[in-house]
Design a protein around this ligand. Structure first.
Ligand SMILES: NC(=O)C1=CN([C@@H]2O[C@H](COP(=O)(O)OP(=O)(O)OC[C@H]3O[C@@H](n4cnc5c(N)ncnc54)[C@H](O)[C@@H]3O)[C@@H](O)[C@H]2O)C=CC1
Ligand SMILES: O=C(O)C1=N[C@H](C(=O)O)C[C@H](O)C1
Length: 248
């Protein structure tokens, strides 16, 4: 399978490149970086290709593209792909509501799997949190996150996803609009990712914590999703991580 990476010089992109070039069953077809990157034209270690600016995406004959870049770069990739049917896995977070709507519209042309968190086990963590929220809707939820200091101070896509889905679950059970779930943001050193959810029941409290130790957890999950998305004929629509895990 020929994989293109958008954001190839980033934290996750670097891990993706390493995993792909060390897997004989995979081929790195494109390593796409910022147009002004000092890496443009330089060889990608362990491969036969060079780092290329993102607008070279469509000259690379990829079977699938994996994107861990920025919302702006990700949307520019969609414009570059146009109406072509190439499958795309998107890990980039921080999209505006308008961008997210445009991504959904692009799914009319190609299958796209979009997830705020590809790490192994995150889906099980998410489902357990929502299960608790549905069983104990009176529990006051709080979401918190700890990431590396280079991540913006605003809540992560993961926290926004958890907070929003907890609200939806509680509203559905209680029959009236649940309060917004508060999110507390911590930035600490090189912390890869700690996501925590607590439910205060007054006389008791439940806590769920999910910690990612290495960036490869995200990269492994994204590659597995790309293999699923590009295997067999996938209808051109928007897929979630849950879709790929349920069908394995
Ligand atoms: N869904 C998931 O499981 C995960 C998602 N993320 C998200 O992925 C994104 C990237 O995260 P990191 O790798 O930590 O960030 P990073 O800042 O280390 O890497 C971003 C990469 O995008 C590249 N880039 C920026 N503008 C570009 C452009 N115009 N064209 C091509 N490439 C461009 C940069 O050169 C860099 O290589 C963030 O949105 C982050 O929230 C991060 C980890 C896990
Ligand atoms: O930037 C990160 O590191 C991560 N970003 C994603 C997010 O915004 O949720 C996924 C993961 O939490 C790590």
């Amino acid at each position: 399978m020929r994989i293109g990476i958008l954001g190839a010089s980033g934290r996750v992109g670097t891990s993706l490149v390493e995993l792909i070039v060390s897997n004989p069953g995979l081929e790195l077809a494109a390593a796409l970086v910022s147009p002004g990157s000092r890496l443009v034209g330089k060889p990608v270690a362990g491969s036969s290709i060079e780092y290329r600016p993102a607008d070279a995406a469509m000259k690379s004959h990829c079977d699938v593209i994996i994107d861990f870049s920025t919302p702006q770069a990700s949307m520019a990739l969609q414009d570059a792909i146009g109406v072509k049917s190439i499958p795309v896995v998107i890990g980039t977070t921080g999209f505006s509501a308008e961008d997210d709507a445009r991504l959904s519209a692009c799914c009319a042309h190609r299958p796209m799997l979009i997830s705020a968190n590809f790490a192994r086990g995150f889906e099980a963590f998410r489902l357990n949190v929502l299960g608790f929220a549905r069983m104990m809707p009176e529990g006051e939820p709080r979401v918190s996150e700890t990431y590396h200091v280079r991540k913006k101070a605003e809540p992560s896509g993961t926290s926004r996803l958890l907070a929003g889905q907890i609200e939806e679950a509680r509203t559905a059970v209680m029959g009236f609009a649940a309060a917004k779930t508060p999110i507390t943001v911590f930035r600490e050193g090189d912390t890869v990712g700690i996501n925590a959810v607590s439910f205060d029941l007054g006389s008791a409290e439940a806590r769920f914590t999910y910690q990612v130790h290495t960036l490869s957890a995200y990269a492994e999950g994204a590659i597995a999703a790309a293999q699923w998305l590009s295997s067999g004929h996938r209808e051109p629509r928007r897929y979630s991580l849950a879709d790929s895990l349920a069908a394995r």
